[in-house]
Design a protein around this ligand. Structure first.
Ligand code: NAD
Length: 503
């Protein structure tokens, strides 16, 4: 039987700067409660401008020596970090699960994806073997990758380890000093990651953690020594971070929210399709930017919808599905379902009030899979990012209309199609304006080295956050053009030896 118990001692989170964990007892604290059962599991300091100055100053001091090491030396530290993550996997999995409400299986999957980014970062010395090219006679051009300096990552609640790990390995391997501002809702796991990075031999000050809320983000963006910021979170905050950072001439990549569509055509393979839809909208309790949120039924696919409902009814809360991050999020989800009902949509499956098998779960935040049918594209449930296990079904008369509905969304993270016809798959891949496309895959997260990133209001800035695009975001390419004077016959060196002899 699955062990659903967790060690829930209350953890005091600290800030990390200059290689030192700071208690910062003078700061106000925020209490952290587990979504599983409402139990208090931690307290996090809410830092201010002084702590931001201290952290950035220590990072700026540490950066030059780190930047001078070779990419191979930096990769070796990251390889040790990954080995330590594997050694500490059970502790990391429990930490992610208890603070974010994920199941242990989901928590581990996020950690594995994070380690995939470490693997990619470690490959940098083998990737950056720039060829030098003779651009004119005796003149050679060459690239050299340079770090930027102090850079920051601002992360959301829904992946306490994976999203920070989209950033940390890539930013560090190119030689930056990295400051993490974790979500104040899930600050516990980054404490473990910070300690493991130090245990792996990362020089003091090269990795820092500053806890807090919006004022910390704004102070980091305003700090003159911060050169770049990556952000992942809601679209409203992503837009704010992008505008604020770029107005101060910082490099910013800000990933925002999503409203992903799955298009299903009658020729699809029903079992594969139903399972794909189910895992997409219920995985991580719908709290992921790659979750399917709208199912667009092209023609009659009622047999598939019936299967999805049947499978969704069997989901066991606490074992197959995790919890919702907090009570205000739960209320937002329940309100969206109630609004859909009052606007005339039909609730095929209602997850409100569903019980979880977790002990004391009545004090936690739970909702079961919910399916809303016969919505239209203008309804709130078809437009807003509900960020819960809720699937809205819209009926479309043809494929063209289905793609138009999906493309009209202001978001552009992902879109999928389930079909057995190559021409249909190809049509969606070519005509969808989302950044990540799935064909018979409900959660089309690209695997490294294919990079992660959406379009439209799901991403402000250029490029993707992982893959080679991520390396390029965290660095500059210096171009070095070289020529040498030709060696003359009978020319002696300072030591008096002749290099070229003439007869
Ligand atoms: P959020 O925007 O509320 O918070 C994200 C970060 O921004 C946190 O660290 C928070 O402290 C900070 N923040 C919050 N308000 C701020 C403000 N006014 N000014 C400055 N900083 C502020 O997001 P969340 O609720 O933690 O995460 C869920 C959202 O993240 C969803 O919209 C989801 O789609 C999105 N998300 C997107 C991706 C992606 O790849 N596009 C990945 C994961 C999550």
């Amino acid at each position: 039987m699955t062990d659903l118990s967790f060690n829930t001692t209350v953890q005091q989170c600290r800030n990390l700067s200059g290689g030192v964990w700071h208690e910062d007892t003078h700061l106000p604290k925020r209490d952290i409660f587990s979504p599983y059962n409402g139990k208090m599991i931690g307290r996090v300091p809410l830092s201010g401008a002084d702590e931001v100055s201290r952290t950035v100053a220590a990072a700026a001091e540490a950066w030059p020596a780190w930047a001078q090491t070779s990419a191979r030396q930096r990769a070796e530290v990251l390889a040790r970090f990954k080995a330590l993550m594997i050694e500490n996997m059970a502790r990391l999995v429990d930490s992610v699960a208890i603070e974010s409400g994920k199941t242990r299986v989901e928590a581990e999957a996020g950690l594995q994806k994070g380690m995939e980014i470490i693997d990619f970062a470690i490959s940098l010395p083998n990737l950056d073997t720039w060829d030098s090219s003779e651009v004119s006679q005796g003149v050679h051009c060459q690239f050299r990758r340079e770090s930027l300096g102090v850079v920051v990552g601002i992360t959301p609640f829904n992946f306490p380890a994976m999203v920070p790990l989209w950033m940390i390995p890539l930013a560090l391997v190119v030689g930056n000093a990295f400051v993490l501002k974790p979500s104040e809702k899930v600050p516990l796991t980054s404490q473990i990651l910070g300690q493991l990075l130090m245990d792996a031999g990362l020089p003091q000050g090269v990795f820092s953690i500053i806890n807090g809320e919006a004022p910390v983000v704004n102070a980091l963006l305003a700090h003159p020594d911060v050169k770049a910021a990556a952000f992942v979170g809601s679209t409203a905050v992503a837009s704010h971070v992008y505008r604020t950072g770029t107005s101060l001439h910082k490099r910013v990549l800000a990933l925002g929210g999503a409203k992903n569509h799955i298009i299903v055509t009658p020729d699809c393979e029903p079992t594969l399709t139903a399972k794909g839809i189910l895992s997409s909208f219920t995985g991580c309790a719908g709290q992921r930017c790659m979750a399917a949120s709208v199912l667009i039924a092209v023609g009659n696919i009622d047999h598939v919808i019936e299967k999805v409902v049947e499978l969704a009814k069997k989901q066991c809360l606490g074992r197959d599905m995790g919890a919702i991050i907090d009570s205000s999020s739960l209320k937002r989800i329940e309100t969206a379902v109630a609004n859909a009902e009052s606007q005339g949509a039909k609730i095929l499956l209602d997850g409100r009030g569903r019980k979880s098998v977790v002990q004391d779960s009545e004090k936690g935040c739970w909702i079961g899979p919910t399916i809303i049918d016969h919505a239209n594209a203008k309804m709130e449930c078809a437009q807003m990012e509900i960020f819960g296990p809720v699937l809205t079904i819209i009926r479309a008369s043809g494929l063209e209309e289905a793609v138009q509905i999906s493309n009209a969304s202001p978001y552009g993270n992902a879109a999928s199609v389930f079909t057995t016809r190559g021409d249909i798959g190809q049509y969606v891949a070519q005509n969808s304006n989302s950044g990540m496309i799935g064909i018979n895959i409900g959660v089309p997260v690209p695997r490294e080295p294919f990079s992660f990133g959406g379009t439209k209001q799901s991403r402000f800035g250029h490029g993707d956050i992982t893959g080679k695009s991520g390396l390029d975001f965290w660095s500059d390419l210096k171009k070095i053009t070289t020529t040498w004077p030709a060696l003359q016959a009978n020319q002696s060196t300072q030591s008096g030896q002749f290099l070229l002899h003439t007869t």
